[in-house]
Design a protein around this ligand. Structure first.
Ligand code: RRO
Length: 308
């Protein structure tokens, strides 16, 4: 039994790969993902120019996850384009991730990746950690403006990395845009933005940027991520694939996302904390669950959540 799956027609040898963010900024880090059991290589969200990111400390591990305000540290999109031929040698799909600092940045980067050998492009509309810049996908007019600029620049599938929505009306608005602009996959969810973790002993936040506000990840946000996958599974046609991310650290977590309707999952905090061995471990555990439950494939269990 395998957990092979596909996203926007791109074949993946397993259900599990890395989320954009942790351990995927440099070529050396991306090569380690290539060597691992991750079924694809997702690159760090990039900007037009290289960025060092926010001030340290900007990441803290927590009992059930993490909080961070990295601030988009990356090498600039042109460096990632140069890496693609090297990364393609690992015989797995390579995903680019683009995060414009202004609406005009998105078409420049999407066009360049459309002309590269990358397999698909995840458009990040949900970075919570750029000072003075709101998460684009909470503003549906701004989102439509970006999607209009990027939807016809080439044939490679475009996906959206979305923030957590906590109201069905928001998911309905976004689903309309996804359908209108031909988006082929949707990744739910980015870290839960602008959370505050306080070290009561020191009477301070645990990270420095934005007075301690940062994106919460890991087990804390799994119910939010599952709900977003499920609602988009119900709102979108079945040929638009969902990728689940948020609190996946075991095969059981991955199985829950599969029941909710995810075609694949990405691992963020658990990859940061445990390193590349996590991919094989999570996928192996998922295989055991599917075998015990007599599901012969990913597709046979996808979306099969039962109701009380
Ligand atoms: O780099 C970051 O601070 C960051 C990004 Br771009 C993102 O999309 N989500 C996140 O939690 N951190």
């Amino acid at each position: 039994m395998t957990t092979q799956t596909s996203i926007a027609g791109i074949k993946l040898k397993s259900y599990v790969f890395n989320a954009s963010g942790p351990r995927d900024v440099t070529l050396a880090e991306l090569k380690k993902i290539g060597e691992s059991a991750a079924s694809a290589i997702m690159m760090k969200s990039c900007t037009i120019k290289p960025r060092l990111g926010n001030e340290e400390p900007r990441y803290a591990a927590l009992p059930y996850g993490s909080i961070q305000s990295m601030g988009l540290p990356n090498l600039g999109y042109q460096e990632y384009i140069k890496m693609i031929p090297v990364l393609k040698k690992y015989d797995k799909p390579v995903f680019a991730s683009v995060a414009g600092l202004s609406p005009a940045d998105f078409p420049i980067m999407v066009k360049a990746f459309q002309q590269s050998a990358v397999d698909a492009i995840e458009v990040n509309l949900s970075c919570p950690n750029i000072k003075g810049k709101p998460q684009v996908a909470y503003d549906f007019i701004a989102s439509a403006n970006v999607l209009k600029k990027i939807s016809r620049l080439g044939k490679k599938p475009l996906g959206l990395k979305l923030p957590a929505y906590c109201d069905l009306a928001q998911q309905q608005m976004m689903a309309k845009l996804i359908k209108k602009f031909g988006i082929k996959f949707v990744t739910c969810i980015n870290s839960l933005g602008n959370c505050l973790v306080i070290d009561g002993h020191g009477e301070k936040p645990v990270i420095k940027p934005k007075q301690g506000l940062g994106g919460l990840g890991g087990q804390y946000i799994k119910p939010v991520a599952l709900a977003n996958v499920r609602m988009f599974y119900e709102l979108l046609p079945k040929n638009i694939n969902l990728i689940g991310v948020g609190g996946i650290s075991s095969g059981q977590d991955a199985f829950e996302f599969l029941l909710a309707g995810a075609a694949a999952v990405q691992v963020g905090t658990a990859f940061q904390e445990r390193g590349p061995a996590c991919f094989n471990k999570i996928d192996d555990q998922l295989v055991k669950i599917l075998t015990n439950k007599k599901y012969p494939s990913i597709n046979s269990a996808k979306g099969k959540l039962k109701f009380l």
